[in-house]
Design a protein around this ligand. Structure first.
Ligand code: DAH
Length: 366
């Protein structure tokens, strides 16, 4: 039986020399696998006489067991050591300083939306929202654009095949104005809201993208007049552009949902190739730029919205958010807003810690 002792000694010696889990596994297969040498010894038992088997079987079994135990123990030890090493290597030191370049930034559109909410909250406006997949009735009809109205054609609307509940088809809203109607129907009067959000038109060049952002403003109360509109817009634009010399020019215009309608221009000058808002458009070196549409809410819209136009009046306005961002922060191609290019976002984005506040001036310092 010294044969068996020698096999065991040799097996344990080789196991001692193993340096990896793969070595241990190879040895296990060589000794205890189906074709393994110790397995082969066990198979010899079948050909022995009962007496011989009685004598040798326990010894061969003991050998197999000793070697199997040693293999398992070595494997456990190696796995435990590997885990120790990983734990040591993968420690996370939470006291280390933040990376030099913070990874995320706030998109200029989000930044401007935050600024608008802050400015208008200070004037007593709350934020209202509506669906981007809109019903023809809210987007057009209730805004005094019946089916045959020519203004509909100017909206380059994306339609869905689905019929809308009140006639026409479902569509991607072409402006935020339907939120006026939805909010009046839901909340009644008086009201002071802004309604920011995405709008869609089939249009694309350097200053137009098929999806863009607008913010709608709506005030409904008793005895509201054009003076309230002008003061509100002036106050808003002064806070937004952070300068006192904002000069507005109100021009008569036409929108189906306002009567009278006014288009609002701001004076600006070109400095270092950039349009800078401020001063009268009539001053030397200055010009007027069309900025937004507005007016007194049309009686028909107030009626469609379930209110009595003899009791409630109001004003509304709508302005492009992306355009405001471009003017304030100096981008010249709208398409880049929606490219998702990290280099652009790093350059024009804002820190998440830079929350707009009126006391600090709403603008972010990038
Ligand atoms: N909805 C208009 C548009 O998308 C903008 C607009 C003009 C909104 C006048 C208004 C308004 O509320 O009074 O072109």
């Amino acid at each position: 039986m010294s044969d068996l002792d020698q096999i065991q000694a040799e097996a344990l010696a080789r196991l001692g020399a193993a340096t990896s889990l793969a070595d241990v596994e190879a040895l296990r297969i060589e000794l205890l696998g189906k074709q393994g040498s110790i397995s082969a010894l066990l198979k010899t038992l079948g050909k022995m006489s009962p007496e011989e088997r009685q004598e040798k079987a326990p010894k061969i079994q003991a050998l197999r067991e000793a070697v199997a135990d040693a293999l398992a123990a070595r494997k456990d030890a190696m796995e435990a050591a590997a885990l120790e090493q990983r734990l040591a290597a993968e420690t996370l030191d939470l006291s280390l300083p933040a990376p030099a370049t913070p990874q995320g930034s706030v998109h200029p559109v989000s930044q401007v939306l935050d600024e608008l909410a802050e400015i208008f909250a200070d004037l007593g406006f709350s934020v209202a929202t509506g669906p981007e997949i809109e019903d023809d009735w809210y987007n057009f009809t209730a805004l005094n654009m019946p089916e045959s109205h020519p203004a509909r054609a100017m909206h380059d609307t994306f339609y869905f095949p689905d019929e809308a509940p009140r006639g026409g088809r479902m569509l991607l809203r072409t402006h935020t104005s339907p939120v006026q109607v939805r909010t009046m129907l839901a909340d009644g009067a008086p009201l002071r809201i802004i309604a920011p959000g995405r709008v869609y038109r089939s249009d694309s060049d350097a200053t137009h993208t098929p999806m863009f952002h607008q913010v709608e403003g709506l005030v409904i109360d008793r005895d509201i007049h054009l003076g309230h509109l002008k003061w509100t817009l002036e106050t808003f634009l002064k806070a937004f552009f952070e300068r006192d010399d904002i000069v507005l020019r109100l021009r008569p215009s036409y929108f189906p949902f306002t009567e009278p309608s006014v288009e609002v221009d701001v004076g600006y000058a070109v400095e270092k190739g950039r349009r800078v808002v401020g001063g009268s458009g009539d001053a030397p070196g200055h010009a007027w730029m069309e900025l937004l549409g507005s007016g007194m809410v049309n009686r028909k819209v107030i009626e469609f919205s379930g209110l009595d136009p003899d009791e409630w009046q109001g004003f509304a306005f709508g302005v492009g958010v992306d355009r405001l961002a471009m003017l304030k922060y100096g981008m010249d191609d709208l398409r880049a807003f929606f490219d998702g290019d990290v280099r652009w976002l790093r350059h024009f984005g804002f820190s998440a810690f830079d929350q707009p506040t009126l006391s600090g001036g709403v603008g972010a310092r990038a």
